[in-house]
Write a protein that binds this ligand. Sequence first.
Ligand SMILES: Cc1cc2nc3c(=O)[nH]c(=O)nc-3n(C[C@H](O)[C@H](O)[C@H](O)COP(=O)(O)OP(=O)(O)OC[C@H]3O[C@@H](n4cnc5c(N)ncnc54)[C@H](O)[C@@H]3O)c2cc1C
Length: 565
Amino acid sequence: MIETDIVVIGSGAAGLTAAITACKLGLEALVVEKTGHFGGTTAYSGGAPWIPCNHVMKQIGLDDSREAADRYLRAVLGEAYREELVQQYLDNAPRMLQFLESNSQVRFKPFPLPDYESELPGAARCRSLLTPEFDGRLLGKRLAELRQPLPQLMLFGSMQIEGADIHPMRHALKTWAGFKHTAKVMRRFVLDKLRYGRGTRLVNGNALAARLFHSAIEAGVTLWKNTPALELVIENGAVRGVVVEQDGKRVTVKARRGVLLATGGFGANEKMRAKYIPTPEHHYSLQPEGNVGDGIRIGLAAGAVHDPVHAGDCIWTPVSVLRKPDGSIVKYPHIFIDRAMPGCIVVDPGGKRFVNEGASYQTFVGTMHQRGLTTVHLIANRDFLRKYGLGLARPAPFSERAYVESGYLIEAATLAELAARIGVDARQLETTVRRFNEGALRGEDLEFGKGADAHSKFRGDQTHQPNPSLGPIGDGPYYAVALHPGDLSTVGGLDTNGSAQVLAADGTPIQGLYAAGLDMNSMMRGRYPGGGSSIGPAMTFGYIAARHMAPGTVRADQHELEVAA
Ligand SMILES: Cc1cc2nc3c(=O)[nH]c(=O)nc-3n(C[C@H](O)[C@H](O)[C@H](O)COP(=O)(O)OP(=O)(O)OC[C@H]3O[C@@H](n4cnc5c(N)ncnc54)[C@H](O)[C@@H]3O)c2cc1C
């Protein structure tokens, strides 16, 4: 039998943060990862954690207070506010950040994104942070063990692009700064491709996963891939270890201090989606293949609780779908890039707008659910398509032809023709566009307030006047893309207390069992206060779990002193 201090099941943000923390506090940690790649959904993500009162925002002259953050969370969460979880989060999220910055390669940079409910009391900017790019070459051969981002979010197969690249790339042939930036990124990619066969400039969530993976290796974490956890070892009601599968054999690993479930929820499990998620037959998840709810299943067998009220909570996103001739599909999450820009609208099957197109992905799809909408259309003209792109169809100089031919992009010379092709009333669509254009010319959206709130304004094109996210839809040809509800990940895991201990039905902790990330019933309970409201808590409760398993170690005691000081 193999023995270690803690076993972490899953290698995303929650699991790797916990493992690094544990090792740095003097414990032995083993991470088991089911798939052949480390990083999970985290490696697909934007890599942004939402951390109130973070020290990073001071770099751009911003400040926050615990009191304001608490007020904001109370306003967003309403009756879903859970005192113990929120207080632990507010105490520990900034500490986790400082701990990782001092003890690992994990770094963050400021991003003045307004909170998503920017009109509520206590809202602030720059609680969402971004991960700086990471040089994948530092991982050497182990780079191949890191999950790559979704191919549909990269260029040329393996060139990773971050938010800060988008504006200069759109202006590569228009401004010197745009040309210089694009040339630098392209040059690096071409050299990487020749030498390594792929891009090695890692950005967004891939940079975060790489930083965590690299730090875990450096910290001495034992990392096993292709090793699914099967079940827990339970003795006298307490969790003492895990049975894993390696090379087709069952291997028992004893955990002296505890086991952390961090398997990343169940987005890739069709049966669980059908059971918990609204309109499952029209729903598309972006989660990787390994995220099928193992942590929830394993925890339930030990007496854990999967609260039916929150089991289906997700980070929602509108998704468009390309159907390939071989029957496979490509899913594109419209997180904000196109729909927040000036010169587009989204209409329901009645040909009417129904939402602020620049609203957060959570609000956008939440409104679709409320209205029972499973297919809506994002509409713009050719100028918009060439300037900003529409989903998978990239801006100029990329061609849209293949997407038109595959039926992904619906093209028409006039609005009436477009309306016929997407099955909405032509007169209604023309009226909707005329009404939208009248206000958009003045920079006003009297119907849904696009560009009036801090969030949708921030997500727009900052070079566009008078309102960065509002512009009229000009002459044809016109294009439409069908959008459906989808998720960036599920978030409704097992009930825990503020120390990330998994709770039994009577509310008492199951000794030795912890859950973090998507295996934990999110403290946000399905609400989404700001960009990063999943990764922030995932890392923080991973850190809390590791510290809870580490009391009495010399380094943990030292850490307590440092944190208190
Ligand atoms: C395109 C996209 C953008 C996103 N952007 C953001 C963002 O910027 N900010 C944010 O907060 N959220 C974002 N999200 C959501 C976010 O990525 C996830 O909520 C978060 O990363 C989950 O972290 P985790 O550690 O819980 O799980 P994961 O990162 O999914 O890791 C779980 C791991 O566990 C493994 N596993 C599963 N079962 C087993 C088993 N039985 N044994 C061993 N291993 C197992 C899985 O294979 C996986 O590798 C985004 C998601 C997507 C798809």
